[in-house]
Design a binder for this molecule. Structure first.
Ligand SMILES: Cc1cc2nc3c(=O)[nH]c(=O)nc-3n(C[C@H](O)[C@H](O)[C@H](O)COP(=O)(O)OP(=O)(O)OC[C@H]3O[C@@H](n4cnc5c(N)ncnc54)[C@H](O)[C@@H]3O)c2cc1C
Length: 356
């Protein structure tokens, strides 16, 4: 006899695992989550920005018209359910450093498909005590900031209260796959859903998928008296408020890395960039690093193992977990529980298992 029987085991309690747990439970399934700690996970190091318009050419992010309203509704529901405050709708002030950039912004903002996301642009004198001048700032609409670590703490407490979390590493060798179920140590389940972020490169069932990995580093700085509620993007640097005079400053992007620990090179790069943006005195409080689970074609990885139908994956959230996770967790939950058709854009069958 097994000491526990659940519908699904979930491996990983980052954004992917937590959102998936939320939707599976909401749709009536029982779950049990395994994650040793996750304190260095990408989710807990992220700024949690939801940014509808990105890049040099101010282009809408992939499927943003579906993703953003769904993310907003999900995080608001979770705030109510968990009794916490972690989702903040905030404008992103995007520095426009030249007349060309300003014109490009204005032209794009006039496009009917962008009216919902691009607001006024404002002259930089409004922020002159805080920031070094730029020509102007474009202001995004519908952007937001999820304080991911606070959300995950609240979610973790709920899991612990409901006896649904084991703070251990999932040991792949201990998984037995039977015809209709899986057995992991003393737990029997209908299936396992792997949500290990970049840790999935160690997963013997799914590491054939083309994970890339992108190391990101960020600083937590204290800027006494800045009292700034918006998010700034200037000189490739985001400054995002965390409360109590603390701000998240980042980030770096590094495809070639040896480990997930902070480096002196990235610290100096971030400080150099920050010094060209921020006028006020600041103090560095922490230096963070983690690996983003980026993938070859920049689309999430959702689906079922080609050989073992009881094994599923939810991964590949890359640089945009805060906006992607709610919509795709809900989608996967519908696929698993309601037999909905998996969206081919995210279905892992786009990669050939046998080639590896
Ligand atoms: C510096 C930085 C800044 C970022 N900024 C943003 C941003 O502003 N906006 C945005 O949307 N995204 C941002 N991201 C990206 C975002 O963090 C990711 O898209 C997202 O967090 C991925 O979530 P995940 O749950 O898939 O993976 P992770 O957060 O890595 O979580 C995976 C979890 O699985 C657990 N795990 C792994 N292996 C095992 C195992 N064998 N057994 C048990 N548990 C295991 C880990 O402990 C971890 O808790 C940023 C990332 C970084 C690094």
């Amino acid at each position: 006899m097994y000491s526990m029987k659940v519908d699904f085991l979930i491996v990983g309690q980052g954004l992917a695992g937590s959102l998936l747990a939320h939707f599976l439970e909401t749709q009536g399934a029982s779950i049990f989550v395994i994650d040793p700690d996750g304190s260095g996970s990408a989710s807990r190091r992220a700024a949690g920005l939801i940014n509808p318009v990105t890049g040099r050419y101010f282009v809408k992010s992939w499927r943003v018209d579906e993703l953003i309203p769904f993310a907003r509704e999900t995080y608001r529901t979770l705030e109510q359910q968990l009794g916490g405050s972690f989702f903040h709708e905030r404008c992103i002030l995007r520095a426009l450093g030249s007349a060309k950039e300003e014109n490009d912004w204005l032209a794009r903002a006039g496009d009917p498909g962008y009216l919902a996301y691009m607001g006024d642009h404002t002259k930089s004198e409004h922020f002159q005590t805080l920031l070094y001048p730029t020509l102007a700032y474009g202001q995004t609409l519908q952007s937001a900031q999820l304080n991911v670590a606070i959300f995950l703490d609240f979610f973790q407490k709920q899991l612990i209260r409901k006896n649904e979390l084991s703070k251990n590493n999932f040991n792949y060798n201990d998984l037995k796959i039977n015809r209709a179920a899986v057995v992991y140590q003393d737990i029997e389940a209908r299936g396992v859903i792997f949500c290990e972020g970049f840790g999935a490169i160690h997963n013997p069932f799914f590491n054939y998928l083309p994970f890339r990995g992108d190391k990101g580093e960020a600083l937590i700085v204290k800027i006494p008296g800045a009292d700034f509620e918006q998010i700034v993007k200037q000189n490739n640097t985001f400054i995002a408020p965390l409360g109590n005079d603390l701000y998240w400053v980042g980030a770096t992007y590094e495809w070639h890395f040896e480990n997930d620990t902070p480096t002196e090179k990235a610290r100096l790069e971030l400080l150099e960039r920050l010094d060209t943006v921020l006028k006020m005195p600041y103090e560095v409080i922490e230096h963070w690093a983690a690996i983003r689970p980026t993938v070859k074609d920049r689309r999430p990885f959702l689906g079922q193992h080609p050989q073992f139908q009881q094994l599923w994956i939810f991964n590949g959230l890359g640089t945009k977990g805060a906006s992607l996770a709610p919509f795709w967790a809900h989608h996967l939950s519908n696929v698993i529980l309601e037999d909905a058709i998996l969206d081919p854009e995210v279905d892992i069958t786009r990669f050939n298992h046998t080639k590896q």
